[in-house]
Design a protein around this ligand. Structure first.
Ligand SMILES: Cc1cc2nc3c(=O)[nH]c(=O)nc-3n(C[C@H](O)[C@H](O)[C@H](O)COP(=O)(O)OP(=O)(O)OC[C@H]3O[C@@H](n4cnc5c(N)ncnc54)[C@H](O)[C@@H]3O)c2cc1C
Length: 387
């Protein structure tokens, strides 16, 4: 059913970091905002392991690091949301792993410059943003399946338990561009240049998988080891200490270097390979972890498209300006880490994009669409699609 009145002045598709930060900024200026999220849980690529009993955050299955010395936008949001930082643990030697048929080496490897962790993980960003939103701003479990540009506004249809079409004046799409292009039906179609830019923009970390192993204490530190692993054999090709600032819960995390096809073949046995690798790197204490958690982002339809799996992953570059321009005569906007000019693909990019989009919309002014001054009251819909 289509609502005849406007449900929200501004709708945002996607409750990842960028969508939520954008909602937070717009709500702060008094705009009415509704965020619709496909999954039951908000956060997008920010995903965490929680304690089964207490529900407390334990570890990260998505991003872990920020680089506040080089990331002014991250720095600003940490201050704004009252979050705390601590240093990535790097004291001691790394383990160089050569696979099951050779003994590992122990050697000093220089640490990355400036990578810091947030107390409570990047999850703390999500929790604080949501806590700052007016009640009723966030609707989860509601995948957007189509968007129509009409004379009255934007009609946004969601599937899920409660199929519904919402109407808004402005729509902000806060998804990886490839996902927005592939999974939403656009009526009329988007301009070919925009569609091309969206489908050419890779989603950062989409083909990756991450593993976290939890332990009672960081026993590797007792032996002068930093928790770092460098391996060409895998499954973990790069591993790090991931313990809390107090050292308990203790954890190791790793990026799985095996390609997604091999991961799929290994299935639940992947955890056994991980445990065996940790055993050869850090000894028998690794044979009895509290738990092991694998997140394979390649299988996540809201993050990864077939093209992300087919192409070699490279570090994200700044995408074309068309991803940052308004469309449909000022009704349709894009945000998200992949649209950023600063640190595209990263947490810094997601926040930078949110600031940009919220700033652009605020500059446009409230109800500017309907008062016929800066943009026409109804969007121009040509045969070739949305403009
Ligand atoms: C394994 C991994 C490690 C990473 N490590 C780091 C790191 O250490 N440091 C760093 O800075 N960055 C890192 N990143 C990148 C960081 O996670 C992203 O930059 C950031 O989370 C992107 O936020 P976003 O809001 O732009 O997009 P997303 O988090 O992708 O949010 C998009 C949201 O849209 C939702 N959605 C999708 N389709 C629909 C639909 N049709 N309808 C409604 N909702 C929809 C999704 O469910 C999701 O919630 C890492 C990412 C991964 C996966």
């Amino acid at each position: 059913m289509t609502s005849s009145a406007t449900d929200a002045e501004i709708m945002i598709v996607g409750a990842g970091l960028s969508g939520l930060a954008c909602a937070y900024l717009l709500a702060e200026t008094g705009r009415s905002v509704l965020v619709v999220e496909a999954r039951e849980e908000p956060g997008g690529r920010i995903r965490s392991v929680f304690d089964d009993t207490t529900g407390h955050y334990l570890a990260d299955l998505g991003p872990t690091w920020v680089w506040p010395a080089y990331q002014p936008v991250v720095r600003r949001w940490i201050d704004r949301l009252g979050l705390e930082l601590f240093s990535q643990f790097t004291n001691g030697n790394a383990v160089l792993d050569y696979g099951p048929d050779a003994a590992p080496d122990v050697r000093f490897l220089p640490a990355q410059d400036g990578n810091m962790r947030l107390k409570g993980g990047p999850q703390a960003l999500i929790d604080q943003l949501i806590a700052g939103l007016p009640e009723g701003t966030l609707l989860t479990g509601s995948p957007v399946k189509s968007v129509s540009v009409t004379r009255q506004g934007m009609d946004v249809s969601v599937s899920g338990d409660d199929e519904k079409t919402f109407r808004c004046e402005h729509l902000i799409v806060a998804l990886p561009p490839r996902i927005a292009e592939r999974t939403i039906e656009w009526r009329p179609g988007l301009p070919p240049s925009l569609t091309a830019a969206m489908s050419q923009t890779p989603t950062w970390m989409a083909p990756h998988a991450k593993v976290v192993a939890l332990f009672e204490r960081p026993f590797w530190r007792d032996n002068g080891l930093s928790g770092r692993i460098a391996s060409q054999a895998g499954p973990i090709v790069e591993g790090h200490d991931h313990s809390s600032p107090e050292g308990s819960p203790a954890a190791l995390f790793g990026f799985i270097g095996w390609p997604h096809t091999l991961r799929a073949e290994a299935g639940s046995h992947l955890k056994v390979h991980v445990r065996d690798q940790l055993h050869r790197c850090f000894g028998p204490a690794c044979l009895e972890p509290r738990s092991i958690h694998v997140e394979d982002w390649a299988t996540d339809r809201y993050v990864t498209s077939p093209r992300d799996l087919a192409e070699p992953m490279s570090h994200p570059e700044t995408g074309p300006d068309i991803l940052r321009s308004p469309h449909a005569e000022g009704r349709l906007w894009f945000t998200g880490a992949e649209t950023a000019t600063r640190s595209p693909g990263l947490i810094e990019g997601a926040l930078d994009a949110a600031e940009r989009t919220a700033g652009q919309l605020s500059a446009l002014g409230r109800s500017s669409l309907s008062d016929d001054r800066s943009v026409p009251a109804s969007p121009q819909v040509s045969k070739s699609g949305i403009r």
